[in-house]
Write a protein that binds this ligand. Structure first.
Ligand code: SF4
Length: 344
């Protein structure tokens, strides 16, 4: 059992690089965070920010021949980066599991939903086929599939998109994993089903005390589900804090940009949205200094072109901090307009 002062998951200075035909991609550069049991960490960022690579690395699902990893990942005190494939295989499913964005791709079309959930259970517990089927029905019921004792024999294509997503959650949770990584699990679903899936995850977390990493580009989803938030840009963490800290008083211009580009709940429906100009950086050849500088509206406020030459380090005290060269007072002044317009 994890003591309260020891995080269940601890990631320290994680660096992930992989080789491609075009060169080395620096996908994650110096990421550090902790996650306690029963808590949800939201990792937010645009595509290519390193959030999915981080989580595939935690699960040990990266390609070992192409990937170089440095740093430390401790799961309940166990170092994962030095674990053998066999150990990782044992941990995946039993101790940690992942829900992907695309349930259709994650589920095999050739086997019934019940068989796939049951086989995962059998593999990790040694249960009999009969016990596994009973467990599959129980899991389908728990994730809200109607008539689970009938639907257990359906193939994935016989399920609706929302039901497939639930089936995948059932498969991920069948062994009661203590860490669940959800990678944009509701992006492809309509808002009603999205809300149901989020409620389901919250209920399951309450029931089992699961630690959840929720990866998304959507700050609205973060507002709904996360306890703490980590904002990633160009493979680095640029801001972290509690959900309220990050969403109400952002410290980093990129976070401010994300918030300004989404509609505000309670704000006027015709309020203008301000998208962040430009596109995410290439991690093959990332910008020097602050990786956000080519897109940052405040870069010129920092003298001597420091933003384009010197990397801003993440300055964190008690879990709250950001990586930006702008002095705090100046930043507060620049961000004041945003604070006045309100975020909730
Ligand atoms: Fe913008 Fe400079 Fe801060 Fe980077 S370090 S976010 S470029 S002000």
């Amino acid at each position: 059992m994890t003591s309260t002062d020891q995080p269940f998951l601890s990631v320290r200075d994680l660096q992930v690089r992989f080789s491609t035909e075009d060169g080395i991609v620096k996908a994650v550069d110096g990421l550090t965070f902790d996650l306690a049991k029963g808590k949800t960490l939201g990792i937010v960022g645009e595509s290519g920010s390193g959030k999915s690579v981080t989580n595939l690395t935690i699960l040990g699902l990266h390609d070992p021949h192409r990937t170089t990893i440095d740093g430390e990942i401790l799961l309940d005190g166990k170092e994962l980066l030095s674990a053998s494939e066999k150990e990782l295989e044992r941990l995946r499913g039993r101790k940690m599991a992942m829900i992907f964005q695309d349930a259709l791709a994650a589920l095999s079309p050739y086997h019934t939903v019940g068989t796939q959930i049951g086989e995962t259970y059998r593999k990790h517990t040694g249960a009999s086929k009969k016990e596994a089927r009973t467990r599959a029905i129980e899991m389908l019921r728990r994730v809200g599939i109607p008539q689970p004792d009938m639907r257990v024999d359906d193939y994935p294509h016989q399920f609706s998109g929302g039901m497939r997503q639930r089936a995948m959650i059932a498969m991920a949770l069948v062994c009661d994993p203590e860490l669940l990584i959800a990678d944009e699990p509701t992006t492809a679903l309509d808002v009603t089903v999205q809300a149901q899936i989020m409620d389901l995850l919250k209920d399951l977390q309450q029931e089992f005390g699961t630690a959840i990493i929720f990866i998304t580009h959507d700050l609205g989803v973060i507002a709904d589900i996360a306890d703490d938030v980590l904002v990633m840009y160009g493979g680095r963490c640029v801001e972290r804090g509690t959900k309220n800290e990050v969403l109400r008083t952002p410290q980093h211009p990129y976070t401010l940009g994300l918030l300004s580009s989404m509609p505000s709940l309670g704000g006027p429906v015709d309020a203008p949205l301000t998208p962040i100009p430009g596109s995410p950086p290439s991690l093959l050849n990332p910008p020097s200094g602050c990786r956000f500088h080519p897109r940052c509206a405040f870069a010129e406020q920092v003298p001597d072109a420091v933003c384009s030459t010197k990397r801003p380090m993440l300055n964190v005290a008690e879990g709250r901090g950001s990586a930006c060269h702008l002095p705090t007072e100046q930043r507060k002044e620049f961000f004041a307009d945003f604070a006045e317009s309100g975020t909730d």
